[in-house]
Design a protein around this ligand. Structure first.
Ligand code: HDD
Length: 752
């Protein structure tokens, strides 16, 4: 009997072990095919997108230099190890029995996890959050008298990559925070790569690059709590800028509507510094670069920016991507302000080597010299947008540096930072950074060396490689520094005297704004200082504002509940520069988002909507139907948004085709509450209308739509609140209102 017990137990154990045996390898003889949800057979690789090859590097004869770009891409139909062995499973680790430990010998597991563990690289120390796009730049040819750079010649088409960014936030921070925006452009020219690394604000906080760590440490989150994220509304920022008053001009721009752009597509860009341009005869001029958006310069309101930060933190990234996918390619003209290259390096008394100052366009007009079109989204965000490395020192013949001490420090920092960010000195071999011209730099080895260099003599002079590579001369496109006299002087740590003027251009900026824009600046200062805890910081910033403009100072002081101090300097007499204001013009409405509220259950309200949508699209705008429920409403009309998923801030204007009754899921408590007025219109539509009104956007209603306006308290005939007979008339009205961006007449009474 005991023998039988042992035998039974043994048999059971064997069965169990059999249960745990390794499953048969799929496809092995005799193994049953496992149930598969994915297609099994190899499929032809998807067609390559036009941009999947990295920029090619070719010699003058057209032969490709370096390794073939394609071999770096993922290819082949089968899943493999990183060394190309085909795999049959990536869902289970190799284990000693089904419930046993994982084996160290599982190379695929170790390789997969190790690679994953190292997927992240350090984010940029500033400008970590960004979005990029490819495009082309076409020169107009009219700059040749001042600049010999070949990419500016008439009709020359140069591929470019542009990266827009915020400065302060981490990689995952919200797009619509109040901040300066980066606008960095890489031109892959026939003479080497030219990087124009600018911002959407033409001045900088500091005049000397040695102060960069100070301003950034002050503006980044507090080191103890690591808050607030992506904001300047905190004590350390205002502590610093109220003490370091040369920041005042930049701060004024940040507190203006420029700090909260509506879209990357609607921002100006500035090279900030003066550059030295050189023409074919060796003549020089100083110049400042400007990008002028064809769509005009437009901003969000502060309340919109805050709401979007929660509702759609990727707003600007999405906007750029969607516009390019939809074929609404954003464009900017590149322009230059040109100044004589005098020994003083000033223009009309303005120091051209002081990056805290502008030269008003009224004194030196911006002359367009070419046009940039962004027409292609990146294929892979990390490979392109994250790994792109800009550097002010990437110059081409015809464009040279100046002695601006901010410029000079930047020349060091941009190369240096890539060493830790991209892990070594070979970052220019990364596809997005590779020049589109032959490279023979004699740099060798180092981390992430991808090239297989030939030859034995990476030094000069040599005979063993036949003397190669050779020197170019000015006639063969060499980058030759322009001989410049250096003023006889003493070595010292001191700023030039012109830099002592910290307030006159801040005042010029404020005085150049329209009343609405000034009101926004007042509110921004009041908000930001209101977020500070330290009373002394608020008081000190008010003393700064007293030197900018008494009215600005008084209004902010009132908002903070503090006395307005007297100025310590006699305010400069300034002539306003209307070019600094964002208001007063009319611009194309391309790419504007138009929400159309409809009642899904009202066939009359849906009648003309096919035609309306088509007309809106034909006008270059994006129509989005918003209804109580998603899916097809009637007659093939599809709702892209529901009252649950839509928020007003997504739209530039609202059309109301009908007045939807409250849907069952629309705040049912309200009706149930004793004494509450019963609703006739869905409260989410009412809220949307009220927000759109507060943000000074156009509202046009027809059909039963006016009922919704009435419920929201909007009165037809008020600026930008229009009732029409038909959908076609509504579009006509809308097209009259959008070119001004907002219904400005509603401000400042409702300024937000
Ligand atoms: Fe800078 C990035 C623009 C001053 C040091 N900067 C960076 C980017 C932009 C600017 C647009 C993002 C580039 C990208 O998308 O990869 N920076 C400016 C402008 C400045 C300026 C317009 C003043 C006129 N910057 C400045 C100074 C220093 C730096 C004075 C250092 C002394 N900037 C850097 C950096 C970054 C950078 C640390 C971070 C990531 C990178 O370079 O590649 O080197």
């Amino acid at each position: 009997k005991p023998a039988k017990v042992v035998k039974d137990a043994l048999e059971k154990a064997v069965e169990k072990v059999a249960d745990l045996a390794t499953p048969p390898i799929p496809g092995a003889p005799g193994s049953a095919p496992p149930p598969l949800e994915e297609p099994t057979g190899p499929k032809p690789a998807p067609p390559r997108k036009a941009d999947q090859g990295s920029p090619e590097t070719r010699t003058a004869t057209g032969a490709r230099t370096g390794a073939d770009a394609d071999v770096r891409e993922q290819q082949g139909e089968y899943l493999t190890t990183s060394t190309g062995a085909r795999l049959h499973d990536t869902d289970h680790s190799l284990r000693a029995g089904r419930r046993g430990p994982t084996l160290l010998q599982d190379h695929h597991l170790r390789e997969k996890i190790t690679h994953f563990d190292h997927e992240r690289i350090p984010e940029r120390v500033v400008h970590a959050r960004g979005a990029g796009a490819h495009g082309v730049f076409v020169g107009y040819g009219n700059a040749t008298n001042v600049c010999k750079a070949a990419f500016l010649d008439e009709g020359v088409t140069t591929p470019v990559f542009v990266r827009f960014s915020t400065v302060l936030g981490s990689r995952g921070s919200a797009d619509t925070v109040r901040d300066t925006r980066g606008f960095a452009t890489k031109f892959y020219t026939s003479e080497g790569t030219f990087d124009l690394v600018g911002n959407n604000i033409p001045v900088f906080f500091i005049q000397d690059g040695i102060k960069f760590p100070d301003i950034i440490h002050a503006a980044k989150p507090h080191p103890d709590r690591e808050i607030p994220q992506a904001q300047s509304a905190h004590d350390t920022f205002w502590d610093f800028v109220s003490l370091h008053t040369e920041a005042t001009h930049h701060v004024l721009w940040n507190m203006s509507d420029r700090g909260i752009p509506r879209s990357y597509r609607m921002m100006e860009g500035f090279g900030v510094h003066s550059f030295r341009l050189v023409n074919a005869e060796g003549g020089t001029a100083l110049a400042k670069f400007h990008w002028k958006p064809k769509l005009g310069v437009h901003s969000l309101t502060w309340e919109e920016a805050q709401m979007i930060g929660g509702v759609d933190p990727d707003f600007h990234r999405r906007d750029l991507y969607d516009a390019i996918e939809a074929g609404a390619f954003p464009q900017w003209e590149l322009g230059i302000q040109v100044f004589p290259d005098t020994p003083e390096q000033t223009f009309e008394g303005i120091d051209l080597l002081d990056s805290t100052k502008i030269v008003p366009e009224e004194l030196a007009p911006v002359q367009p010299i070419g046009v940039l079109t962004l027409n292609r989204n990146p294929t892979n965000f990390f490979a392109e947008t994250e790994q792109v490395a800009f550097h002010l020192g990437n110059l081409v013949p015809g464009i040279d540096v100046t002695d601006d001490p901010l410029f000079q420090t930047r020349l060091f920092s941009y190369l240096d930072t890539q060493l830790s960010r991209l892990g070594g000195p070979n970052f220019n071999q990364i596809p997005i950074n590779r020049p589109h011209v032959p490279v023979n730099d004699m740099f060798r080895d180092g981390f992430h060396q991808h090239a297989v260099h030939r030859g034995v003599a990476p030094y000069k002079p040599n005979t063993l490689d036949g003397g190669c590579p050779f020197f170019a001369g000015a006639d063969t496109g060499a980058l030759v520094e322009v001989p410049q006299p250096v003023a006889e002087s003493v070595k010292e740590r001191r700023a030039h005297v012109t830099v002592d003027d910290h307030f006159s251009q801040a005042r010029l900026f404020y005085r150049s704004m329209t009343p609405v824009e000034r009101e926004h600046i007042v509110r921004a200062f009041t908000f930001e200082l209101g977020k500070c805890y330290e009373q002394a910081v608020k008081e000190r910033e008010l003393r700064v504002l007293a030197n900018v403009d008494a009215d600005l100072c008084a209004k902010v002081a009132q908002g903070l509940g503090l006395p307005a101090p007297e100025p310590t300097e006699v305010p400069a007499d300034v002539t306003p520069s209307p070019a600094l204001s964002q208001l007063g013009g009319e611009w194309p409405a391309d790419g504007r988002m138009i929400g159309i509220v409809v009642d899904a259950d009202d066939p009359d309200g849906l009648a003309d909507l096919h035609a309306l949508r088509q007309s809106i699209s034909a006008a270059g705008m994006v129509p989005l139907l918003i209804a109580a429920r998603g899916g097809t409403l009637a007659d093939g009309l599809v709702a892209q948004r529901t009252f649950l998923t839509a928020r007003s801030v997504e739209f530039d204007a609202l059309l109301v085709a009908s007045a939807p009754a409250p849907a069952p899921d629309a705040l049912p408590q309200r009706d149930a509450k004793a004494g509450a007025p019963s609703l006739t219109v869905d409260p989410r539509v009412v809220l949307m209308l009220q927000e759109v009104y507060r943000h000074a956007k156009a509202v046009v209603a027809w059909g039963t739509g006016p009922t919704a306006l009435a419920e929201a308290g909007l009165v037809p005939g008020e600026p930008g609140v229009v009732v029409t007979e038909t959908a076609a008339q509504a579009l006509e009205q809308l097209q009259g209102l959008l070119p001004a961006h907002r219904v400005w007449e509603r401000f400042p009474a409702s300024a937000v």
